[in-house]
Design a protein around this ligand. Structure first.
Ligand SMILES: [Zn+2]
Length: 470
């Protein structure tokens, strides 16, 4: 496929030739025959397809390093099919699953069982390994793990909270084997017991309960251990400027979620328990300070902590509702709507969602629109924003905390050269026969969407690693 005259994140207008699974060439005026140094070859027909992308934005597919696919254990919340359809429809081409499934991903056998389920993914994926007192580091760490984590440092509400000694042992073990560690940093000892007495209808009680101090101290504690061990720690979903600064001062990397970037305690009246997540929403001032650090490049990554629950589960008081919100499908659309208004640059969006996660987690094939990289691409019309509606999204959750916000959604999404999502309601789409429907048909909403086959691969699998040598 030849994508003609696309605008890249840095503003350059280029033709992009895709051949097989890769970007073959990026240039000013490439020939439609794919006549680069490789000449014509067996996928000639594929190479000859041409898309006019004039006025369109071509980005590397996003790498969401923090999603909860919910399988095994909670297929009524989400499955690998629905998670990856949601990712594809949002321009996300790689997702990284977290280990707090049922059973949790804490040993070799459970890793293998999850890896089998993940083969149903439309997009590429990584699988993280978890740490509990029962974990089996020997066999777990010899599997093709994406990273260790998110390790819940002293989180009393989850079943995967661990103490400081086990945390240190786990980070040491991972570091010795060259595996990155991601940390959910909230110190439960610093939660507010006074706030815990608030009425269950007072949704703000959750934000008052899980204090800023609890996050900042846990990040500081984790960074101290990490620095002593020479570890690469990645702080998951930092929600406070103080926490971000601590992590960066210690030389660690961090991520921020879209909900901490765009929502605050001021939205809780409207959100109800759909605004309960960990860490919780913060004050509007805090949100603005986090946004500044995202816009100026202090924050490395935006990852969604996509954590779907059903509406029924959320329909209870704040002390009993489950924590978490869906988000993988609205990650790029929300950021691109900001970029469209000049609040973030397109380059920053590319770095936060693709280039930086690829660099931090060692995915040399991904994260940029350059010759030789995987053809993981998403095409957007930056002039067309639409209202975000939960019922139109593809997560099983069927709701979104960003209801009514503006989003710039992709026209199509490609994983390693194959179109796995396309929206045909746009007249500019004139590629023929790129998808035969396949799995994961969208329920309700836009009937002009099509999904491709489940072609996702583990980005750490040995075949990928060997293929990366050439
Ligand atoms: Zn977490």
């Amino acid at each position: 496929m030849l994508v003609r005259n696309a605008t890249l994140a840095d503003g350059r207008r280029r033709d992009v030739q895709v051949r097989g699974e890769r970007i073959d060439a990026v240039g000013r005026r490439l020939s439609a025959e794919g006549g680069t140094e490789n000449g014509r070859d067996d996928d000639e027909a594929e190479a000859e397809r041409v898309i006019d992308a004039t006025g369109k934005l071509l980005l590397p597919g996003a790498i969401d390093v923090h999603v909860h696919a919910r399988e095994p254990g909670f297929p009524y919340k989400e499955t690998w099919e629905t998670l990856s359809a949601s990712a594809a429809a949002g321009g996300v081409t790689t997702v990284v699953d977290q280990p707090n499934t049922d059973p949790p991903t804490i040993d070799g056998e459970r890793f293998d069982a999850k890896a089998e389920l993940a083969t149903r993914s439309l997009v590429d994926y990584g699988i993280n390994g978890g740490v509990t007192p029962e974990w089996e580091p020997g066999e777990l760490l010899e599997r093709p793990l994406f990273a260790l984590g998110e390790i819940f440092l002293a989180d009393s509400t989850g079943e995967m909270g661990i103490d400081a000694d086990l945390f240190e042992a786990a980070v040491r073990e991972a570091t010795e084997r060259g595996v990155a560690t991601t940390v959910h940093a909230e110190d439960a000892a610093l939660f507010s017991e006074t706030a815990r007495e608030r009425d269950g209808d007072d949704v703000d009680g959750w934000s008052a309960f899980r204090t800023i101090e609890a996050e900042v101290e846990a990040i500081a504690q984790a960074c101290t251990v990490g620095a002593e061990l020479g570890a690469q720690l990645h702080i998951a979903h930092a929600s406070t400027p103080e926490g971000i600064d601590r992590a960066k001062d210690a030389g660690m990397t961090c991520e921020v979620t879209p909900h901490h970037l765009f929502l605050s305690r001021a939205d809780l009246d409207e959100l109800g328990t759909c605004g309960r997540m960990n860490p919780p929403l913060r004050s509007e001032d805090c949100r603005k300070a986090v946004y500044e650090r995202v816009a100026d490049g202090t924050v490395d990554v935006i990852a969604t902590d996509h954590a779907p629950h059903t509406r029924t589960e959320k329909d209870t008081d704040v002390w009993n509702a489950p924590s978490g919100v869906p988000g993988v499908e609205t990650l790029l659309p929300l950021l691109l709507a900001e970029a469209r208004e000049g609040k973030l640059s397109y380059e920053r969006v590319r770095d936060l969602t693709a280039a930086n996660p690829a660099a931090i987690f060692d995915l040399p094939r991904k994260g940029r629109v350059e010759a030789g990289k995987d053809a993981d691409l998403a095409l957007f019309d930056p002039e067309t924003a639409r209202e975000i509606r939960g019922e139109e999204r593809h997560s099983k959750a069927g709701w979104t905390p960003f209801e009514g916000s503006e989003g710039v959604f992709p026209e199509w999404t490609m994983v390693r050269g194959q179109v796995i999502y396309e929206r045909t309601d746009d007249e500019s789409w004139d590629v023929d026969g790129s998808s035969d429907g396949g799995s994961g048909d969208g329920d309700g909403g836009d009937s002009d969407e099509r999904f491709g086959e489940a072609i996702g691969e583990n980005v750490r699998s040995s075949s990928r690693t060997m293929a990366n040598d050439d």
